[in-house]
Every structure is written in structure tokens, then in C-alpha cells.
Design a protein around this ligand. Structure first.
Ligand code: ADP
Length: 496
């Protein structure tokens, strides 16, 4: 009998559902957008109702479009925007306010205080994370403080969860209160090495353990979908944060394998095997996944302005009409003519970590034109990614043999070729670019026994195109040096 796998991909701006065959082919998909709420400058919220409604709608519609008999769906996997924080009443299911989205900066003062009090090293060594408002821990603390809910939480009357937990609690039979290890690893409350909620961190943030979900494996039995939704209690057998699912969907199963997702920002993850590697170069240490109780770890770095740099060319500079046009324009000149764009519009992340750096365009001459600037913008995405790769090589002591790519901007062949040139390794684009959903589906297949080993899922990954590096080493070095000189000039700009 045919077996189908369904991925629920709950993202920041939309909820998706994708129906896959057990050979990893996309049968159908559906995307439902929902509103963002910005109640104060720097705050970002989601209405929990919108998350549920959009996700259920996407699921029903994707299944309808697939024409697949519901009885042939072997399992469902959940993947999600990470760190976004929900708190709800265990009896009624009612949420305490809106969900606080990962982008929300409201808890920056709490983090500043933690850092001033000298907790950075402890947080880093236990969780692998750099203390930041991004992660769920301080968001949960804020909710408990603001609504004066510590006693209720201590009495077990409240449930905390990230999107995966929230979906499971609301959509599964018997309302399991669970999260998977990849999502737990983004709370700043989870001990990476011991694989449990860290009592010292809970104490530091005043979080009662009674409100925390049980941490389960990324793949394995979690529960069954409420039969009211699709008419059958389909097993839910995987949960993973989006970047972790995409690492799995890219078949980066071996130590040293790396993927980079080129979306609005870029997210690069390297599988570092069974031991967490603590970064000396500003990267995060995170879970890759946990299967059969065995944790696999990863290093993670992100580029804030990835595809967003191209949106800036389109929407602010208005020198292109659409993102795809950037490819031909960049290729219409042989080089940028020495021009570099450092898109540090919101500061720079790893390995620089300078929130005061700002964007600069340097090396302009009388001959600089539109194509040079467009090319410099695309190259900047590749240079920033190359800096992350360099940091990963330094931290892990492993040089990857290739870079696996996905995300909207990976469609740009100029960018991919330049990335291969500047990293000096092949860049490989898979046939299925929906690697996040694919990863969730494959993990679900593994959890449901459709595949018997992790290796079996890897055979499903198929290559579309490989870009071989062809830049000579001297040019590579000269270009990279130029980029670093440009970055140097952008640093601390807003501070001086
Ligand atoms: P997200 O999931 O973050 O919304 P996507 O993976 O959908 O992002 O990718 C969208 C981003 O990719 C946008 O920032 C867009 O500017 C960029 N992009 C899309 N197509 C191209 C292209 N052909 N060349 C360069 N950038 C592109």
C-alpha cells in the first residue's frame, strides 16, 4: 500500500502543510498566511487562534488537493518557527495574551541584567546559546512576571510551550504537553549535554518546572491527531525546529556536513556529531536532532540580511523590479569593479557580533553602475555565509566537502556559483527545495517505522545541480580580503 507523509510547517508569516510520497516527492501543498501584531516598537506577537486556524486550514486543504485517501497517510511531522513562546491554562486551554514571537525585543532589558550579573558564561556553557531576547526563557519569565502567574505555574495550572508544544496540545488526542529536544534547546533553559531542563537556569529566571513540557525525541511516537480534524487518528511521529528539520531534509547526517538556507536571512548549520562543540567564534551550539535518545549536535550561524538585501535593492533603492532580475544584472559585468556592499543594516552577527555596525557601500568609482551594485549585494550574501563557514571550520576542526543549499535565494545561480568560488567547495542544490517540510516528513516516516534507519531517509535526497568552484586561490583570497577590509570599516559605525 502507498504510504504518504504529511509535514506541518508552522512559520513566522504563514502555516504550510505538504503531502509527500514516501519517496520524498511533493504531492500537494497549501500555504495560509496570518497577521502579525506589533503592539509597541520592537514587539512582535501572534494571535494563538490564528496559528491554530491557519495550520488546520493548510492541513485540510493540502490533503484535499493531494487526492490521497486519509487512510494512506502513515504519519505527520511538525516543524516550526523556533523560540516563539506560548503560555496557556491547562484546564481551559486559554492563552495568557498573545504568543511572543522570536523577533520580539521586549525582554532585552532582562537579558542585559542577566549579563550584567555575570551569567553569560553559565548560560553559554549549559545551553550553547549566547544570552539574547530571541530565546524563549526570558519571554516566559516576562509573561510570568507581567501577569503575576508564578503561583499558578507552580501549582501546575499553566503550560509553557513553543509552537510545536502548542500544536500538539491543541491538535492531538489527549492533549500531550510535550516538546522535542531541538525546540527545547532554543529556550535558554535546556541543558544540552545532560538533555534536561537545567535547575540552575530555572532558578535564575524564576521558572517553575511544573509548567514545562516533557522533552521527547525528534522522531518517535508522540500521539495521534484528533480524529475530528481529518476523520482518522493519524500518528504524529516527529517534531523539530525549522532549521533542524531542514538539516535533516538535506541529508546532512554525517559529522561535518553543512547546509545553508538562503531566505530573508541565511541559516547555516553544521552537523558536529554526538558531542556539542562550544564555539570560540560567536556561533551557537544547538541540537541537530535526538533519535532513540541519542543526541546529535550542530553549530549554527545566521546572516541577518540575506535575501532581504535583494528586497532592499527592489523596495528601497528601486534598482531592480524583482529578485530574479538580480541574477542577469550581476552576470552582465565581470566583477563589481572593486565595489563592496556590507549590508549591516541591523548590525552584524557571527563572527563579528557588532550591533552598532551599519551598512556601507565602498570602492565606488565613476564607472560604478547599477549592475555592479546589484552584483555586490549578491556577493555580500555569499561573503557573509563564507564567514560563517570559516567560523564553523575553526570551531569544529572539520572542513566540509560540500555545501548543501536551499531557500528562496538559492534559486539564483550566480549567487550559488559565487558561493562555491568564495568557499572553495562545491555548492549542491537538491531537487526538493522544501527541505524543511521534507525533513519533517522524513523524520515522521522514521518515527513511524516507514523507514527503518536514518540512513534509509538519506537515500531519498536527490541532487539537482552542483556548482563547482572555479575561482583561482589568489583571486579568492583577494576578494575575501577586500570584503574583510570593507567589514572593518562598517564596524561600530552607529556608536561613534
Ligand atoms: P523566507 O522563508 O525567509 O520568507 P524564502 O525562502 O521564501 O524566505 O526566500 C525569499 C527571499 O529570497 C527574499 O528575501 C528574496 O529577496 C530572495 N530571493 C528570492 N528569489 C531570489 C533570486 N532569484 N535571487 C536573489 N534573491 C532571491
Amino acid at each position: 500500500m502507498a504510504a504518504y507523509l504529511v509535514a506541518l510547517d508552522q512559520g513566522t508569516t504563514s502555516s504550510r502543510a505538504v503531502v509527500f510520497s514516501d519517496r520524498g516527492q511533493v504531492i500537494s501543498s497549501c500555504n495560509v498566511e496570518f497577521p502579525q501584531h506589533y503592539p509597541h516598537p520592537g514587539w512582535v506577537e501572534h494571535d494563538p487562534r490564528d496559528i491554530l486556524d491557519s495550520q488546520v486550514k493548510a492541513l485540510k486543504e493540502a490533503v484535499r488537493l493531494s487526492g490521497v485517501d486519509v487512510g494512506e497517510i502513515a504519519a505527520i511531522g511538525i516543524t516550526n518557527q523556533r523560540e516563539t513562546t506560548f503560555l496557556w491554562d491547562r484546564q481551559t486551554g486559554e492563552c495568557v495574551g498573545n504568543a511572543i514571537v522570536w523577533q520580539c525585543r521586549r525582554t532585552a532589558p532582562i537579558v542585559d541584567q542577566l549579563v550584567r550579573d555575570g551569567n553569560s558564561d553559565m548560560i553559554r556553557s549549559r545551553t550553547g546559546l549566547v544570552p539574547d531576547a530571541y530565546f524563549s526563557g526570558t519571554k516566559l519569565k516576562w509573561l510570568l512576571d507581567t501577569y503575576n502567574l508564578r503561583d499558578k505555574a507552580r501549582n501546575g495550572e499553566l503550560c509553557f510551550g513553543t509552537v510545536d508544544s502548542f500544536l500538539c496540545w491543541n491538535l492531538l488526542e489527549g492533549r500531550p504537553h510535550v516538546t522535542d529536544a531541538t525546540n527545547a534547546g532554543r529556550t535558554m533553559l535546556f541543558n544540552l549535554e545532560k538533555q534536561c531542563w537545567d535547575p540552575d537556569l530555572l532558578k535564575l529566571l524564576g521558572i517553575p518546572k511544573e509548567c514545562l513540557p516533557e522533552v521527547v525525541d525528534t522522531a518517535g511516537p508522540i500521539g495521534r491527531l484528533d480524529p475530528e480534524i481529518l476523520g482518522r487518528p493519524i500518528p504524529v511521529t516527529a517534531m523539530a525546529g525549522d532549521q533542524h528539520a531542514s538539516l535533516f531534509g538535506q541529508a546532512c547526517l554525517k559529522e561535518g556536513s553543512v547546509k545553508n538556507t538562503y531566505g530573508t536571512g541565511c541559516f547555516m548549520l553544521m552537523n558536529t556529531g554526538s558531542k556539542p562543540v562550544m564555539s570560540e567564534n560567536g556561533l551557537l551550539t544547538t541540537m541537530a536532532w535526538r533519535i532513540n535518545g541519542q543526541p546529535t549536535y550542530a553549530l549554527e550561524g545566521s546572516v541577518f540580511m540575506g535575501g532581504a538585501t535583494i528586497q532592499w535593492l527592489r523596495d528601497e533603492l528601486k534598482i531592480i523590479e524583482n529578485a530574479a532580475e538580480s541574477e542577469g544584472l550581476a552576470q552582465s559585468v565581470n566583477s563589481t569593479g572593486g565595489v563592496y556592499l556590507v549590508p549591516a543594516f541591523t548590525g552584524l552577527g557571527a563572527p563579528w557580533w557588532d550591533m552598532y555596525s551599519r551598512g556601507i557601500l565602498v570602492g565606488l568609482t565613476r564607472g560604478t553602475g547599477r549592475p555592479h551594485i546589484v552584483r555586490a549585494a549578491l556577493e555580500a550574501i555569499a561573503y557573509q555565509s563564507a564567514d560563517l563557514m570559516e567560523a564553523m571550520i575553526k570551531d569544529s576542526g572539520t572542513a566540509p566537502v560540500q555545501l548543501q543549499v536551499d531557500g528562496g535565494a538559492s534559486a539564483n545561480s550566480f549567487l550559488m556559483q559565487f558561493q562555491a568560488d568564495i568557499c572553495g567547495i562545491p555548492v549542491v542544490r537538491p531537487r526538493v527545495l522544501e527541505t524543511t517540510a521534507l525533513g519533517a516528513a522524513l523524520l515522521a516516516g522514521l518515527g513511524a517505522g516507514v523507514y527503518s534507519t536514518v540512513e534509509e531517509t538519506a537515500s531519498i535526497w536527490q541532487r539537482d545541480l552542483a556548482f563547482a568552484p572555479r575561482m583561482v586561490e589568489a583571486d579568492r583570497k583577494r576578494n575575501m580580503d577586500g570584503w574583510h577590509r570593507a567589514v572593518e570599516r562598517s564596524l561600530r559605525w552607529a556608536q561613534e
